[in-house]
Design a binder for this molecule. Structure first.
Ligand SMILES: Nc1ncnc2c1ncn2[C@@H]1O[C@H](COP(=O)(O)OP(=O)(O)OP(=O)(O)O)[C@@H](O)[C@H]1O
Ligand SMILES: [Mg+2]
Length: 471
């Protein structure tokens, strides 16, 4: 198997990777600065030596030109001087300097005078350990002044500085790597706490939250965001559980009633009450199947997550007419309100689902109305407004939002016989929302008005509607 160095690197902990990257960058930076420090130090020390040698040589040359040269030259700063005449003989020299052999031969002397700079010279042939910096200036009468200074001290300083840096840099790197390791570990600790908190959240401890660090940093906002998410999940979970228990509860009473009726019928084998029993059982079965259908409708709405099952043009005018026609036999008259304009009102969505919205609202209105139910439809700009109004007892303002919750019934005693499970308005609200609209209940004084707003379809009007508006 081929080794994958990047793969290895990626498998290491974040702490290790951060520390080693920081240390590597630091090591490179320190090495580069040590290198340039030694270079700058060497150059500036050499320049100082050359400067001193040049000043001494120049002074001797001035003295030589003025004829003031003593036979024995003094050397207060250790600079070696040789004065060489036109024939190449040493006429003057500092104490301790070779008086027979010039430090630079004729050719080298001429080159040194021309180049106007100092050069290195091995001092050993002249009995001086280590290298020398040598320069030459010309004086009157073809004479040359040679000045030389030992380079040994500079060399020692540079070597010492090098040793200090070579030994100090790794120590510094190790110290800084240790500090980074600790600081990064401390920084990552809240993340480890988060992880531990997350592992402790089990199915049974649902309301657990992740530990939020005190510092208001990125980990803090991560923890609060995750906690918000946990709260939302917990609420969704609670809703789901409540739904299951409500549904089970709702199923129990028709089932118990069916069982009771069958038991009573079986207790009277003469068969007189079988017809009554069958009617009762049928009624309960219809109730059960309506409940199952409503639950299925809600489950589908949940599944689709807020979008309609289909996206087709739905003509609201047709939909309202058909819905109203179905209530011809209702205990109270259901009429179409003729107040609205006759504009072409088309929305995009699912005709069946929107039909169910109207049915649920008209069912409620018919159940509570004392005289009549009116269904209105009008268009307002980009919205269509459907209203279902009855003249019944209405709903107190405090309950007008609550009734949209699943399994919420207000007049519980009555509705258990006549009404359904309390899912009708929940289905209405979720369907309308999936179609991008909104629904609310308002006082119709007397009675209640349910108002549904739906966004009108943008784009071309369907062909079958164009017939109505020839222009
Ligand atoms: N037009 C109305 N007038 C007075 N009260 C109403 C009206 N419509 C609904 N309500 C109240 O709101 C409650 C919830 O209505 P919803 O349609 O959700 O359930 P339901 O009619 O009881 O049962 P389902 O619709 O599932 O058969 C009803 O039980 C009733 O108390
Ligand atoms: Mg209802």
């Amino acid at each position: 198997m081929a080794a994958d160095p990047l793969g290895w690197w990626r498998r290491q902990s974040l702490r290790f990777r951060l520390t080693s990257t920081a240390s590597a960058v630091l090591a490179l930076a320190l090495a580069a600065s040590a290198w340039s420090l030694v270079g700058v130090l060497g150059r500036s020390l050499t320049a100082t030596i050359d400067e001193t040698a040049y000043l001494r040589a120049n002074q001797v040359r001035v003295d030589a030109d003025a004829g003031r040269l003593p036979p024995e030259l003094s050397s207060p700063d250790g600079t070696m001087i040789q004065v060489i005449d036109a024939r190449g003989r040493i006429t003057h020299a500092t104490v301790g300097t070779d008086r027979l052999v010039p430090l630079l031969g004729p050719a080298a002397r001429a080159a040194a005078v021309r180049s106007d700079g100092a050069r290195f010279l091995d001092g050993r042939p002249y009995g001086i350990p280590g290298p020398l910096r040598v320069l030459a200036v010309s004086a009157d009468g073809g004479r040359t002044v040679i000045a030389a200074r030992s380079f040994a001290e500079v060399e020692t300083s540079l070597v010492t500085a090098g040793h200090v840096l070579v030994a100090g840099t790794p120590i510094l790197i190790v110290l800084l790597a240790g500090a980074s390791w600790m600081i990064i570990g401390r920084t990552l600790r809240p993340i480890a706490e988060l992880r531990r908190g997350a592992t402790e959240i089990s199915d049974t401890a649902r309301s657990r939250r992740l530990p939020v660090p005190e510092a208001h940093d990125e980990v803090h906002s991560l923890a609060t965001t995750l906690n918000d998410m946990l709260a939302r999940l917990e609420a969704a979970d609670a809703r789901q559980r409540a739904l299951v228990s409500d549904a089970a509860h709702e199923l129990r009473s028709p089932l118990a009633s069916i069982r009771l009726q069958l038991e009573v019928a079986l207790g009277h084998p003469e068969g007189q009450i079988w017809r009554e029993t069958a009617e009762g059982v049928l009624e309960d079965t219809l109730r059960l199947s309506r409940l199952a259908e409503d639950l299925l409708a809600l489950a589908r709405l949940d599944e689709r997550g807020g979008s309609p099952a289909r996206r087709e043009p739905v003509d609201l005018e047709d939909l309202v007419r058909q819905s109203v026609e179905r209530y011809g036999e209702a205990p109270v008259p259901v009429t179409r309100d003729t107040g609205g304009d006759d504009a072409c009102l088309t929305v995009t969505g699912d005709a069946l689902d929107l039909g169910r919205v109207l049915t649920n609202l008209i069912d409620n209105a018919v159940r509570h109305a004392s005289g009549e139910v009116r269904v209105g439809l009008r268009g307002g700009g980009t919205t269509a407004v459907i209203s279902v109004t009855d003249d019944g007892p209405g709903i107190p303002e405090a309950d007008r939002e609550r009734v949209f919750d699943r399994f919420t019934r207000l007049d519980s005693a009555r509705s258990r016989d006549e009404g359904g499970a309390g899912l009708g308005l929940a289905i209405v609200r979720e369907t309308v929302r999936a179609h991008g609209g909104a629904v609310h209940l308002e006082d119709a004084g007397p009675g209640l008005r349910a108002v549904v707003r739906l966004p009108l379809a943008a784009g071309p009007v369907p062909d079958r509607l164009l017939d109505r508006f020839p222009d």
